[in-house]
Design a protein around this ligand. Structure first.
Ligand code: NAP
Length: 251
């Protein structure tokens, strides 16, 4: 049986899809959580690879998913896992506009998907696996924009800055536990996914940095999702993973 379990949000597209594929190829059991299923993922992965379990859920409402995750993990406590990881990868950009033009429900949704739900899933994961002998790790997928402000990106920047900082707090919490989890908030660099397309397609009058994203794409400076996924999973596998609670895995 597989001895590595990875819970991965946002596995249906982009970076998450590439990570799911590589994890399955490495023989992990992957619990993928997105609104959509990852079409073709099991067909694309070799027959002798890991197992994919998919939950379709809207992570704008994280509490029931966190509760379900906790119960699901508790029911698997007796399995001989060597390693269990949570990768909070799902993310979204709110409508790209200055805060003064933003819709309150849209802002709330971006903060819930980007910050509130990752916190709730971390809490559920840490509670359910506290007594497990397996190596426990959490990787939160952050962004350079959590560390650098950008106009028309208030919600995304705030969510990622919050993710970095709660990860620092969680690292301090876990340092006090006998078998604390190793946790890190990692910026993956710029990647050719739907999210970059959304940034390039924003109305220029509302987004002063739009030309910068168009330029990165035109100059071929975006990583492929596959290359970014490889870097992140190599980072997660390192012996010193979690030594720093906030880091960078740029190409
Ligand atoms: N692309 C970049 O240049 C870049 C740079 C820095 C950081 N990042 C970060 O990397 C991560 C992955 O980004 P990406 O570029 O791969 O984005 P993407 O192509 O837009 O994919 C986003 C993923 O998140 C899931 N997701 C979004 N909203 C969701 C919701 N409400 N409920 C459940 N799942 C939801 C989507 O699945 P469904 O639509 O099926 O729900 C999808 O699988 C994000 O955290 C992003 O902030 C990306």
């Amino acid at each position: 049986m597989n001895t590595h379990l990875t819970i991965l949000t946002g596995h249906s597209r982009g970076l998450g899809l590439a990570m799911a594929q590589q994890l399955l190829e490495a023989g992990h059991t992957v619990l993928g959580i997105s609104r959509q299923r990852a079409t073709g993922l099991t067909e694309a992965a070799p027959a002798a690879s890991g197992e994919l379990i998919e939950w379709q859920a809207d992570l704008a409402d994280g509490a029931p998913v966190a509760q379900q995750l906790k119960a699901w993990l508790q029911a698997r406590a007796d399995m001989p896992w060597q390693a269990v990881s949570l990768i909070n990868n799902a993310g979204m950009i709110a409508t790209i506009a200055p805060l003064s033009k933003s819709d309150p429900a849209d802002l709330a949704r971006a903060l819930r998907v980007g910050l509130e739900t990752p916190m709730q899933l971390c809490a559920a994961f840490l509670q359910a696996t506290a007594d497990w002998r397996a190596a426990r790790k959490i990787m939160n997928i952050s962004s350079g924009l959590g560390r650098r402000a950008m106009a028309s990106q208030s919600a995304y920047c705030a969510a990622k800055a919050g993710m970095d900082h709660f990860t620092r707090c969680m690292a301090l919490d876990e340092a006090h536990q006998p078998q604390g989890a190793r946790v890190c908030s990692v910026s993956p660099g710029v990647i050719a996914t739907d999210m970059q397309l959304q940034l390039r397609s924003a109305p220029a009058q509302d987004f002063p940095d739009r030309a910068g994203f168009v330029g990165l794409h035109a100059q071929g400076q975006l990583s492929s999702p596959e290359a970014a996924a490889r870097r992140l999973l190599a980072c997660l596998a390192r012996a010193d993973y979690g030594q720093e609670p906030v880091s960078d895995a740029r190409g």
